[in-house]
Design a protein around this ligand. Structure first.
Ligand code: PMP
Length: 336
């Protein structure tokens, strides 16, 4: 099969059986290999969903001047910048300076106009999202511009409902008992949940959450309350439920909170024993899938998302100094 361009190469990722997690639980634990998207993460889907919608609404036209503006933990910006390059548009990407150096370097490498900001909660006017909205307003005065607005734009959730969810259903021949993943914008969880529940209301949807995020408390008690912190990037919200997560509420059956230690155990094990390199959010997801499988008991199929690859976090997750400083375990093969 020939994909005509970057846009057409996004999605249709393999569902990989995770051997150790499956053996540990007596279930089939399957990871959707989103790190295999052409921009390297699950957020390539959101990028083409949002930009495709902008074209359909006449906001942007391929090969006519256009500017894409977004605030992002990095991956959405990478997807948007590459998808914009493939249509002749420019991109302005706002990222908190705390994100991994690899993602910032990658954004510069692919030609995004990168603007770094200090980290702030989603409810603050200084949050990268709100900062990027102001830039988009300024740019709109100069020419066709889209503020991608991944947290609020329903095209983010819709693309997962149209692609990720149906792919999971078809790849498992409808034999999926539970789906779990952590939320940044909530687009993946809400979209996949809508698609799976429409096919079988019996599929259990489980929200996974790192420490430092209030989404576990929101899903279990209705109140957003955060404790602790996490080194993971792109997931978790401390203070506010994103608009793209809100519609998932009636679909969420359960929630799991995962520590960085547990997430890293799976990140390191997947790499050294299964040859699968993933980032921290995928580690949270796999740990959550194991917890869900243990709650369900043997013989079930649990699907999760392998959001992006480990190379995006070499300077953190695979850096002994960084890990020691955080009091986290260092993998044996990089101790020296
Ligand atoms: N993992 C990583 C590494 C991400 O960058 C993101 C997106 N911020 C997610 C998971 C969460 O995806 P979503 O925005 O669809 O909830």
């Amino acid at each position: 099969m020939i994909a005509q361009d970057f846009w057409a190469a996004v999605g249709n990722t393999p569902l990989i059986r995770l051997r150790r997690a499956s053996e540990e639980t007596g279930c089939e634990i399957l990871g959707k290999a989103e790190f295999m998207n052409p921009g390297g993460s699950v957020k390539d889907r959101a990028a083409i969903g949002i930009l495709g919608d902008a074209v359909a609404r006449g906001v942007l036209t391929p090969w006519q001047p256009g500017t894409v503006v977004e605030g992002t933990a990095g991956n959405t910006g990478i997807g948007l910048a590459l998808a914009a390059n493939a249509r002749g548009w420019r991109s302005i990407i706002v990222v908190p300076e705390t994100q991994s150096r690899e993602k910032l370097d990658y954004l510069r490498m692919i030609g995004a106009d990168l603007r770094l900001v200090k980290p702030a909660p989603l409810s603050s006017p200084d949050h990268y999202t709100n900062f990027s909205r102001r830039i988009a307003e300024e740019e709109s005065a100069k020419g066709p511009t889209i503020w991608a607005d991944q947290f609020g734009n329903p095209a983010n959730r819709a693309v997962h409902e149209a692609t990720t969810g149906p792919e999971i259903w078809n790849q498992t021949n409808g034999r999926v008992d539970a789906f779990t993943c952590a939320c940044g914008t909530g687009g993946t969880l809400a979209g996949v949940a809508a698609a799976l529940k429409a096919r079988s209301p019996k599929v259990r949807i489980v929200l996974a959450d790192p420490h430092g995020s209030g989404m576990y408390a929101w899903a279990t008690t209705g109140e957003v309350k955060a404790e602790g912190n996490s080194i993971t990037e792109g997931i978790g919200q401390a203070s506010k439920v994103p608009a793209n997560l809100e519609p998932a509420r009636p679909h969420i059956d359960d929630a799991v909170r995962v520590s960085d230690e547990d997430a890293l155990k799976y990140v390191f094990e997947l790499l050294s024993e299964e040859g699968i390199s993933v980032g921290g959010s995928a580690g949270i997801n796999v740990a959550a899938a194991v917890a869900v499988a243990k709650r369900l008991g043997p013989g079930h199929t649990v699907v999760t998302i392998l959001c992006d690859g480990g190379a995006r976090y070499q300077s953190k997750l695979f850096n002994p100094d960084f890990l020691r400083e955080k009091g986290l375990p260092v993998p044996s093969w990089i101790r020296t």
